[in-house]
Design a protein around this ligand. Sequence first.
Ligand code: CA
Length: 359
Amino acid sequence: MKLRAVGSFLVGLLVVGLVLSSTPADAAPKYRWKLAMTWPTNFPIFGDAVIKMADMVKSMSNGEMEIRIDSKNKHKAPFGILDMVKSGRQYQMGHSASYYWKGKDLNTMPFTTMPFGMTAPEQYAWFYYGGGMELMKKTYDKHGVYSFLGGNTGNQMGGWFRKEINDLDDLKGLKMRIPGFAGEVLSKLGVVVTNIPAGELYTALDRGTLDALEWVGPSLDIKMGFHKIAPYYYTGWHEPATELQFLVNKDKFNSLPKHLQKILTTAMQYAAYDMYTRSYHDSAIHWAAIKKEYPHIKVRTFPKSVIKRMKAENQKLLVEKSATNSEFKAIIDSQSAYMKKVREWTRISDFSYLQDNLE
Ligand code: CA
């Protein structure tokens, strides 16, 4: 009897010890969320930003909140993120790009990037201090979700072309994959615009279904193999600062305790910033390697006559769409007014510096 009592006392001590020694991080999380992203499993840079955000939330909350990530391989709806987060049934949050819903709500499009628009530092300044976040919140309010910045690719390249573009005639009948507002602009110049999913792009280019396409830039392009078929690599005009986004169901966000709201918001903002610097780094490193490994790639800039027409058609389209949509007009007006102001600073700072010091 006595021995048994000592035994159970020791077992009791062990249990207490285990309970005391377990840190809160070992305890089951109080909030288990799920995030759906547009990107496939193990997608570099974009997917890494999401993982970084979820890791930060877990450690900063001491394990109180955990976010599981589902890639498009799992949920099978890469362009259905807004709807899934809106319903909040399976996913409390998502990671995607705002211009993917332009068919559903045109006004979400300018929050990714616009042709001839702001560069990444200019656009970040607009979002955080120039009224951009407030406008984006207003646009997404009616969908029942909050939208946060989700990482920037930086300036995207104008795409891979099989043949050189010397004048406007070279664009007529050219079959090109290019999404967003830029696609609408190019179709005014006679380009046959299509939007083929990423996995089929190489084959389409190889078989001549496409004569040209744009993807991102050196950070993500080279492993797609486009340079093997289309050696002309054009500089960008159409996506100067592509910002991805985190979407969070409003009710779910509001039901989080205040400190977790703060942790989540901070983690998203950090992950976005980190993705921008990572994109810049990977572009630099990859471009150095590409130049060495594939010397046949020819970097080109579109002729002035082509750029001039693109700009004119872009402007015309903006005016056309603004005439019937006051919310779109308010966003575009805010962006162009801000760009006008901020560009003067860019001109006498980074631009002057580079112009004077490029070797
Ligand atoms: Ca692109």
